[in-house]
Design a protein around this ligand. Sequence first.
Ligand code: ADP
Length: 560
Amino acid sequence: MKKKALSSDCKRFRLMLTLELAVMLPAAVLLYVNFRQLHVIKRDKNVEATIHRDFFQMLTISEKRINEKAYTMAEEVRGLFPSPDSDSDAEKKRRLDLILSNSPWLAHVFLFDVERGFLFRTQPQKMTSREEHEKLSKLFEGWFGLDGKMMLEGMHKRSRPFFCHTNQVERAGRDAFITHVFFSLPQLPKDRVVLGGLSFDPDYLKQTFFPEMLDELIARKATEEGGNRLAMMVYPVESEGGDTNKVLAASAGWSEGKPEVSRNLDEVFRGLALGIKFQGTSVEAIARRWAIQGFLTLGVLSLAMIGGLTLTYHTVNKELALARLKSDFVSNVSHELRTPLALIRLYAETLELGRIKTQEKAEGYYRIIRKESERLTALINNILDFSRIEAGAKEYDFRETDIADLVRNTLDAYRFQIEQQGFAFEQNIDSSIPPVHVDREAIARALVNLVNNALKYSADEKFLCVKLYRANGALKIEVIDRGIGITRREQSKIFEKFYRTGDPLVHNTKGSGLGLALVRHITVAHGGEVAVESTPGKGSKFTLSLPLVKATQPVASITA
Ligand code: ADP
């Protein structure tokens, strides 16, 4: 009994464990992950915003550095400019040409003096395009003549005496971007309208200035922070960075694609824009990867929970079915105990009162009393055996036995009952089977259970056949009837404890649902097996197969 209590405790524990591990745990993790996901989404959005803010900052700093560099270069040239008053025109030209030859990155240098005229010098190798020379010198002379004074006033108000202007010129048949820097000359009275100027060569800007600048800016950023590698590019504002053909210059690792963040340059390089992105990936792709990872985790957890729910559903269902079977068992057993007891009491009292006159009738009554008490004994034996097995206390007494004798004797005890119930009875027993090691009582009980079932579950055709024979190194006991049969679906269940089929005849017949569970336990304990072949409405054949060699030890308990 202790063991049984232990086993139901164990079951409850198992159920709780299943519930906790398969449902509660994934549910809790799911809740937690969901909760975290909300934070992560918020965090990801913040991270995205931070990245963009970082990019903006980087672009602002970059523009400053680019301008700084351009101004420094212009400043150097400004210092080399001839003095408008002390030098002759020829000397001024010579010095301007010297500047050009020392600074190949310049396309033009020019000096405007409202009193002494305009000098516009072009890098000799760039003179192939006279058109550019003519156009620009005319443009600037006219412009400075008109606005020169105003421009100078503006410059004097600034921290640096520079004024920048950008436009397009033609290079190798294509539009090229050119920047001009105008400046006042040092040590001149404020009212003198004298302007110096230079033009950055478009080819130099495209091939040297910007690529070097971008790589330097990225390298500086990488050493400052590390992390994902960046790429930058410069492009004309009107192309919006989408047309890779129009990109003016790009850092290493740009490959292609639109910039993540861009900034229109002001001041020195107005008309150009600076773009930035990650090398080989985008903020969107990074965010998408995070989102996919999050959803995958949620998916896996949801699946685990569904699995857990299904498992719990099955376990609970199984437990419920077992509870139902147990309660059926209790009502069946009490009914089975009460009926024979009532009969025994009734017939014993009648006999006691001496009202039975004929000897024949009295014998009939005695027979009924014996039969009913036998039924009671069989039932109580079954229940006792069952509870011993459940408690793991069932012991078998294996002895060398003449199995043919055992089967014959068991059947003889039942022959009268079988025939009285109107059954055609056949028995086919092979007497040549050598002695086997079995528990006689247990094997007899198994056989009696099978025979009883055949008698109980036969309706129209009452036929019973018991065979004992040898096949494939095993001995076989077959019990065949032509009764109600068992559906294929139920054939696997009838050996479970308490299980009874749904047939109306079964419902109206007394039974505990323990018989076949015992038969299976006994057979397995003998190292054998029990099988059923049955067709509903046609009958059933139960076959016990026992090994002819020495039997094994008994098994511990009946499994539901
Ligand atoms: P019980 O007979 O006490 O109900 P058993 O364990 O002996 O319990 O049998 C379990 C169930 O198997 C029976 O209730 C019945 O539905 C079915 N069964 C057993 N033997 C037969 C048979 N020979 N023919 C039809 N059904 C059977």
